[in-house]
Design a protein around this ligand. Structure first.
Ligand SMILES: Cc1cc2nc3c(=O)[nH]c(=O)nc-3n(C[C@H](O)[C@H](O)[C@H](O)COP(=O)(O)O)c2cc1C
Length: 362
């Protein structure tokens, strides 16, 4: 079922963009963690819309109401359920019902899949808005993982033609300032060039995509499994669940195709009694299992489907070809809002892998 995830940390995601509320239930979260509410609110804010000209002007406070699983600020170990009310909806931007399907969006496939009964308003259950409860759950997982020494950081490695440095070449890059940046980049000043390119796309009534790179440090060796529940499988399952993510690669990724074994292998070494590798082409995963080196992966994020330009489509009502002009409020560039979502998904994935490892103690 598409709205459930996890065998050890169980998530259920619900709601639609223009319904009463969206939310998540998370079962299997450890008991006794004091939630840092300020940091939780800061994460929600990073994803929230209306923060710059590169994101939709739609204003949503995105304040989660925790309905269960937390008592006196601490997790109880029982299912945590949180909802976020939809306070700013303008369904009239979308017409009377789904008729002219948006190229690149899920209007057509969702209509076919649900026999025409889908909640089509504002993208319904397919909307990027559903990533708000994911950030809520991910922020809790991140806080717990940090108590175990795990740190997750991301940056926009590419926006259009502007390319940032990579964690592959800068494994120890300072990530302390990234969360505060609207367009988080490793190379100082590059965010201005990215902003300029995104603004050019916006002025042309177009949208723009790019790549988000994520680094997870402090992971012990031994999380994951071969085959179906490999670290890559679990994490890319979650990454491909993020609307607009179209590609995921680990370490050298597709670059492995050009490397010989002698170039691709990461030599092992003992360092202060610990097994490390002197390079990290594999991105911290060998045989589906963490090696103890940083896990590094990248997600390709497509340009926003809803654009201002006139587009060719079909009318589901008349069965004829048609032209589409979109009037709703959309993100010209999804990347800045997707960064905290990728981090949240990474935290959820690591938590799932962590609990799986705990469940098979020797
Ligand atoms: C945070 C976030 C915000 C998004 N905002 C928009 C938007 O404003 N307009 C739009 O057309 N798509 C937006 N999307 C992308 C669509 O939801 C997505 O492209 C669509 O559901 C089709 O899914 P697919 O791209 O995975 O095939 C957003 C995605 C995310 C993660």
């Amino acid at each position: 079922m598409s709205s459930f995830f996890g065998q050890h940390l169980h998530l259920a995601l619900f709601g639609q963009s223009h319904g009463e509320a969206i939310g998540i239930t998370m079962d299997g979260f450890p008991a006794g963690m004091t939630i840092d509410m300020d940091r939780l609110a800061a994460e929600m804010k990073r994803r929230a819309p209306g923060q710059s000209s590169l994101t939709t002007p739609r204003k949503e406070a995105d304040v989660p109401e925790i309905l269960s699983g937390v008592l006196d600020g601490r997790t109880t170990g029982q299912p945590i359920c949180a909802i976020i009310r939809n306070t700013n909806t303008r369904s009239k931007d979308y017409g009377e019902g789904v008729d002219l399907v948006r190229p690149g969006h899920a209007d057509y496939t969702g209509h076919v899949r649900y026999y025409g009964f889908e909640d089509w308003r504002g993208g319904g259950h397919f909307s990027g808005r559903l990533t708000a409860p994911i950030v809520f759950a991910g922020a809790l997982c991140s806080q717990w993982l940090e108590s175990q020494g795990v740190q997750i950081a991301s940056h926009i490695q590419r926006l259009g033609s502007v390319i940032d440095d990579s964690f592959m070449d800068h494994p120890d890059a300072d990530v302390s300032g990234l969360k505060a940046m609207h367009l988080p980049v490793l190379r100082q000043g590059l965010d201005a060039a990215m902003e300029q390119e995104a603004m050019q796309a916006l002025q042309a009534q177009d949208s723009i995509g790019g790549v988000i790179e994520c680094r997870i440090t402090g992971l012990p060796a031994g999380l994951g499994a071969p085959f179906f529940d490999s670290v890559e499988s679990v994490l890319s399952h979650l990454m491909f669940s993020v609307p607009a993510v179209k590609g995921v690669e680990f370490g050298e990724g597709f670059g492995f195709a050009a490397l010989r074994g002698s170039q691709a292998n990461d030599p092992f070494r003992m360092e202060e009694g610990k097994v490390v590798t002197t390079s990290n082409h594999s991105g911290g995963v060998l045989g589906g299992i963490t090696s103890g080196m940083p896990v590094i992966f990248r997600c390709a994020v497509r340009a926003t489907p809803s654009i201002g330009q006139t587009q060719q489509t079909v009318s589901l009502c008349t069965g004829e070809n048609a032209e589409l002009n979109i009037h709703g409020r959309h993100d010209p560039c999804i990347l800045p809002r997707a960064v905290p979502v990728i981090e949240a998904m990474a935290a959820i994935g690591v938590m799932e892998l962590w609990k799986e490892r705990q469940a098979c103690v020797k």
